[in-house]
Design a protein around this ligand. Structure first.
Ligand code: 5AD
Ligand code: SF4
Length: 449
């Protein structure tokens, strides 16, 4: 029998990157191989994100575009997975009749069986979301199924899911609706998974969760021992023999403990890098966002982190134009940026998301005001990033090679900065080397060996 070829396009966060790997693995068991493009595929999966309206629009326009592919190749199967699938479910099929399978965030493990059902019975929708759902244990493939394919993330860096879902209900956020209630994985399963990966040659692990700082707090499935915490898990994982670099994402400042901050002082392989989304620099906006911390409390956390680890590179997420954000509130965000001087940030215009509380807030900010605020924030952040990056010029940094080709070598520092190096035939992905930084841009550095 001919082998069927699948192609996955991943949108959104690292959680989705890991989910795409899981689907690829499951499909391999069902006799599929991964292809490099849409044209050669018998099955196309869009692993979607619905965090902002724009992310969802991108998925919908790509789905529209795929209509003609299906016309030209009737046996082609089209699957929508991830957060848009979870949220929109059957509605997608009613709008897009060429879609065969809708698969929610907790159903990705069953993709192989669901496709068999599609072949026998026609279109399927699997979007069950169970509060007590136990995250299955599936050790990631060590070697890519297809070199260069979309699920072939750098084989020396892997993501390990430690928890899923979110209980925080920030008023703008769709995640509790698309990923369900917070659930933590058993710590011994996590440690076993890391050990297998590191024994297989993985050098860098990122522990993943929507809010890693509340790891183990609300766990109905695998009750953890008294006093266990994310910091304890991090320390345990860090002791894995051969693990060079350890990172984690994402954190909510309201749950950031001193115990975790102190890990940056003495956990040697924990990278000096922290993504700590603040969202806004005004207390009244933070309150309406249901973030449960004040600007002052955030600044104190930044202070503590920098005292424990002076070289730590801090990044954040910012939303501009949240309902009711006044000029003065926005100035608060600009002041916060001046105060903290983030190494980098991801900033977005607020967009209404279905099912959230903020969609009902009436004082919406004009699109043009949002655009102005975003442009002003980003321009200032670019200046600060350039200044921060220039501080590395002349310094020697240890980097891990991520990609080596005829175009050049791409590598990364422990502070999560990309460093471009001249072409070198002797360097390959996963190599560590010391380089001198010779040039800084806003988004990357250049080094010499
Ligand atoms: N509108 C704009 N940005 C949002 N984010 C989350 N929800 C929204 C929304 N409705 C941003 C936050 C979050 C990041 C992943 O996306 O900044 O931290
Ligand atoms: Fe997007 Fe959030 Fe879903 Fe990740 S969890 S794919 S960021 S909506």
């Amino acid at each position: 029998m001919d082998q069927k070829v699948f192609y996955i396009k991943t949108f959104g966060c690292q959680m989705n990157v890991r989910d795409s790997e899981i689907m690829a693995q499951s499909l391999a068991v069902h006799g599929y191989i991964e292809g490099m493009d849409i044209e050669g595929a018998d099955l196309i999966i869009l692993n979607t994100c619905s965090i902002r309206a724009k992310a969802e629009q991108k998925v919908m326009s790509m789905l529209g575009y795929l209509r003609k592919n299906k016309k030209n190749k009737p046996h082609l199967k089209i699957c929508v997975a991830g957060c848009v699938a979870q949220q929109e479910g059957r509605k997608i099929i009613s709008k897009m009749g060429h879609v065969d399978l809708i698969i929610g965030t907790q159903n990705i493990y069953d993709i192989g069986e669901l496709l068999e059902k599609v072949c026998k019975e026609g279109p399927q929708v699997a979007t069950g979301l169970d509060d007590k759902y136990d995250i299955p244990n599936l050790i990631p493939h060590l070697s890519p199924l297809t070199p260069g394919s979309s699920t072939n993330t750098v084989p020396f860096r892997k993501f390990v899911t430690i928890m899923q879902g979110c209980n925080n209900y920030c008023t703008y956020c769709v995640v509790p609706h698309t990923r369900g209630r917070e659930r933590s994985r058993n710590s011994s399963d996590i440690i076993d998974e890391v050990e297998v990966l590191v024994e297989g040659g993985v050098k860098e692990i990122t522990l993943l969760g929507q809010n890693v700082n509340s790891y183990g707090k609300t766990n109905s499935v695998n009750p953890l021992t008294e006093g266990y915490s994310f910091a304890r898990l991090l320390r345990q994982v860090s002791e894995t023999k051969g693990l060079r670099r350890l990172r984690f994402t994402t954190s909510n400042p309201k749950d950031l403990t001193d115990e975790l901050i102190h890990c940056f002082e003495d956990v040697k392989n924990l990278c000096p890098q922290f993504h700590l989304p603040v969202q806004a620099g005004s207390d009244s906006v933070l309150q309406r966002m249901n973030r449960k911390y004040t600007v002052q409390q955030y600044l104190e956390l930044v202070d503590k982190l920098r005292r424990c680890c002076p070289e730590i590179a801090l990044t954040t997420d910012i939303i501009v134009g949240f309902p009711g954000e006044s000029d003065q509130d926005f100035e608060g965000t600009m002041n916060l940026l001046e105060n903290v001087q983030f190494h980098g940030s991801f900033s977005f215009k607020y967009s209404d998301r279905p099912g959230t509380r903020a969609i009902t807030f009436t004082e919406k900010v004009d699109e043009s005001v949002k655009s102005e605020r975003l442009a002003r924030f980003q321009a200032r952040q670019d200046e600060i990033s350039l200044k921060r990056n220039s501080e590395y010029i002349g310094q020697t940094k240890t980097v891990m090679v991520e990609d080596s080709s005829e175009k050049g070598v791409k590598s990364r520092t422990d502070t999560n900065h990309i460093v471009h190096l001249p072409i070198s035939a002797s360097l390959k992905a996963g190599d560590f080397l010391d380089v001198t930084i010779i040039h800084a841009g806003q988004h990357s550095l250049r080094g010499k060996m």
